[in-house]
Write a protein that binds this ligand. Structure first.
Ligand code: ADP
Ligand code: MG
Length: 324
């Protein structure tokens, strides 16, 4: 199979067709129409074999994941995902592998009403680079720099599941089969919080997605907003799988400093809190208040049941992420 056959069979004429795509795959560029009074949100993420994923990852999961991590960035800005380009570098053309990989990618693209409008296909070490585009009403994008003193800090979904999946493969953590199935799904098929991001527009003062862990990603908000945070550790949401598999101290590195969960951290001014809580319920978005913004220059103070709590991420070196 040649490059153009691959594009025709697995990309062109597959997936959804959006009305705002004037020209899709097949020419030198795609052409799209950005709605009036909207800004274009653009993001790129690369996954490299051996660096960002294990060799034994299923091609379907890889296709899903490559798109999911990009849509997560759009979600964190409050953007509606619309179009993506896919740059694929493959060592060789294995039809079955490509079929499963593109199935995984088309499935999540369809779910979020995103059209694959182009890309590039080259030979080399397995690498997937996706450029995702979305639209956001002018001036409403959620930035990292907007947190203010007194704002409440929230996080969607449970944290730490992806890390638990990775470490249970590496270290043989004792974990019930049904919990293992759940955490593996959370790692292999992460759900970008696209609906949550859009609910937050006009209500949240800042947002970021959790790719590198709560402490690291909240720190980006704090640095860019020039504020501090108080975080109540016991409020951080965890799954039944996490609660059943690890005790409180063992959970800490997973919920505080492990990444790959692709949940959202966001801040909300007190004046918007009740409206936000109503909207979260209305749209079925699972989000939990875990702390508050204080004055400062980018520090996080951890509390456990109201008491100051010391946590040194480097004290848990054997949990240090291998994925970057
Ligand atoms: P060019 O030489 O102009 O870069 P290509 O031969 O690389 O064109 O690509 C032909 C068409 O197929 C273009 O519209 C391109 O966007 C699309 N395309 C190439 N690779 C992919 C891919 N992996 N996924 C989706 N579209 C692709
Ligand atoms: Mg090309």
């Amino acid at each position: 199979m040649k490059e153009f056959e691959l594009i025709n069979r697995y990309f062109k004429g597959r997936g959804i067709t959006r009305r705002d795509v004037n020209l899709g795959i097949g020419d030198d560029c795609a052409l799209v129409t950005v709605p009036q009074n909207c800004q274009l949100a653009v993001t790129t993420d690369t996954l490299v074999a051996g660096v960002h994923f294990f060799d034994d990852i299923s091609p379907r999961a890889l296709g899903h994941r490559a798109l999911a991590v990009n849509l997560s960035d759009l979600a964190a800005m409050g953007a509606e995902p619309t179009w993506v380009s896919v740059a694929l570098t493959l060592p060789s053309i294995d039809p079955q592998w490509i079929e499963e990989f593109t199935d995984g990618m088309h499935e999540i693209a369809e779910y979020f009403n995103v059209q694959i409008i182009g890309g590039d296909t080259t030979q080399g070490p397995l690498t997937i680079t996706i450029c995702a585009k979305g639209t956001v009403p002018e001036g409403t994008a959620l930035r990292r720099s907007g947190a203010k003193v007194g704002d409440w800090i929230y996080v969607t979904g449970p944290l730490g599941d992806a890390g638990l999946a990775i470490e249970s493969r590496k270290q043989g953590i004792s974990i019930e089969p049904e919990h293992l199935k759940y955490v593996n799904k959370r790692f292999d098929f992460p759900t970008p919080r696209v609906a949550a991001g859009q609910v937050l527009r006009g209500l949240a003062s800042s947002a970021i997605d959790v790719s590198d862990g709560l402490i690291a990603d909240l720190s980006h908000i704090l640095d860019m907003s020039q504020v501090n945070a108080v975080v109540n550790i016991e409020s951080i949401p965890t799954s039944d799988a996490m609660k059943a598999s690890l005790d409180f101290n063992q959970q800490l590195p997973f919920i505080l400093s492990y990444g790959d969960d692709y949940e959202l951290i966001f801040t909300v001014p007190d004046s918007n809190k009740s409206m936000l809580d109503i909207k979260l319920r209305q749209y079925g978005v699972d989000a939990t208040c875990i702390g508050q913004i204080k004055s400062g220059d980018g520090q996080i103070e951890l509390l456990h049941n109201g008491e100051k709590f010391d946590f040194e991420p480097q004290g848990f070196e054997h949990f240090a992420k291998e994925l970057v």
